[in-house]
Design a protein around this ligand. Structure first.
Ligand code: GLN
Length: 232
């Protein structure tokens, strides 16, 4: 079904370092699952986009304050967010998990985080989870802006652990990051493309049409497989 765009160009905000969903390749170009999905959907549905890789909490704020039209940033569809945003159909099932340095053998449960410092990205599901359980487990939360900053903080010992979406952490481990995930992950929600509530309904409709088409043709699996390998 053909939906007509209402704007000459839609500005889409995204995270800055969230491999394999959005990250810069060795040529400095942004690539990733979110990047490929939105580009292919825009192409197939016939609308123009400009991408702004400004970081997760900045992206959320930019949509809320009408500075951009939409956000694709591995953003989990949650009840709370549905009060402020309209989401597309879910496009990827995710979850969150604690990561520690590869040579850390002290932390094997949430109880072991007592007195430790745990990093999370501002405004994320992981930050919410850590806030909810802070009193129970007695850790301190350190808020950072990006996944890269969490990796660096762990590397230099500025934090004892961080919490992030597990596909991102697993991808990092596969890429040789010296981290591990000793605590079972928390089942999370699915990622969705989002617009401000009540705004740009045609953009969400076009995203959904394009996503359905990519799934129908198998191209969705090709895109995800190109970054994650075969799903099991
Ligand atoms: N999926 C998580 C959330 O929505 C994290 C997203 C991100 O860091 N880009 O909160």
């Amino acid at each position: 079904k053909k939906i007509t765009p209402k704007k000459d160009k839609y500005v889409i905000a995204s995270d800055s370092t969230f491999a394999p969903f959005e990250f810069q390749n060795t040529d400095g170009e942004y690539v990733g699952i979110d990047v490929d999905l939105i580009n292919r959907i825009a192409e197939m549905q016939g609308f123009n986009i400009e991408m702004n890789y400004i970081g997760f909490s900045s992206a959320i704020q930019a949509v809320e304050s009408d500075q951009v039209d939409g956000v694709i940033a591995g953003m989990t569809i949650t009840d709370d967010r549905q009060k402020k945003f309209d989401f597309s159909e879910p496009y990827f099932q995710s979850g969150i998990q604690i990561a520690v340095a590869e040579d850390n053998n002290d932390i094997t449960s949430y109880e072991d985080l007592k007195g430790k410092t745990v990093a999370a990205k501002i405004g994320t599901e992981s930050a919410d989870f850590l806030e909810t359980n802070e009193a129970t487990y007695g850790y301190k939360i350190k808020y950072l802006d990006t996944t890269d900053a969490m990796h660096s903080a762990l590397e230099v010992g500025a934090v004892d652990a961080f919490m992030d979406d597990y596909p991102i952490t697993d991808y990092g481990i596969n890429q040789g990051k010296k981290i591990k995930t000793p605590i079972a992950r928390e089942e999370g929600g699915s990622y969705g493309f989002a617009v401000k509530k009540g705004q740009n309904p045609e953009l969400v409709a076009m995203f959904n049409e394009g996503l359905a088409e990519l799934k129908r043709t198998g191209e969705y699996d090709e895109i995800v497989g190109a970054y994650l390998g075969k799903e099991d």
